[in-house]
Design a protein around this ligand. Structure first.
Ligand SMILES: [Zn+2]
Length: 162
């Protein structure tokens, strides 16, 4: 799915990308709040994206303008993902083959071990066999130690979504 996340939802943005969703995050801005809201609504409309926001007023404005919007109330990422699932009827699965780059939203491509040998630490080469590279920012991913944390959050999410 295609989402647009407000500036408060950076962590959620990275998680949704891991789950394979196309998420634009406009981040913190120095523009006045009113102008920021205008920009978000405009971007959601022109990109046909579902707005994700923790701002009740902005959520109401989006709905009034005929946009799709999900109001995010949870404070931890597992419950936030569960809110989106319940509202939109989508299941979140973290499968690296489908993931997008958490940093830039680029698509990930599997890469041969031999082509990245010089680019990752030696201990990683010893313990990992599967690698992916972001087609945009070129960052290389593998299932490292952080993978266990990811699995843990996925478990919490499943509990929360019921
Ligand atoms: Zn990237």
């Amino acid at each position: 799915m295609k989402f647009l996340a407000d500036g408060m939802l950076g962590k959620l943005t990275r998680w949704l990308r891991l789950a394979g969703h196309d998420v634009i995050y406009l981040g913190k801005s120095t523009l006045p709040p009113e102008k920021q809201d205008e920009d978000l609504l405009q971007a959601a409309k022109s990109g046909e994206r579902i707005l994700l926001t923790s701002d009740v007023q902005l959520h109401k404005r989006a709905i009034k303008a005929g946009l799709k919007s999900v109001l995010i109330r949870g404070t931890d990422v597992a419950s936030q993902l569960a809110e989106i699932s319940r509202r939109l009827g989508v299941k979140m699965e973290i499968v690296p083959e489908n993931s997008r780059c958490p940093l830039c939203n680029g698509k990930l491509d599997p890469v041969e071990r031999s082509s990245i040998e010089k680019l990752v630490p030696e201990n990683v080469l010893k313990t990992s066999n599967l690698f992916w590279r972001c087609t945009e920012c070129q960052k290389i991913y593998w299932r490292g130690r952080h993978w266990e944390k990811i699995i843990e959050t996925v478990k919490q999410y499943r509990k929360a979504v019921g």
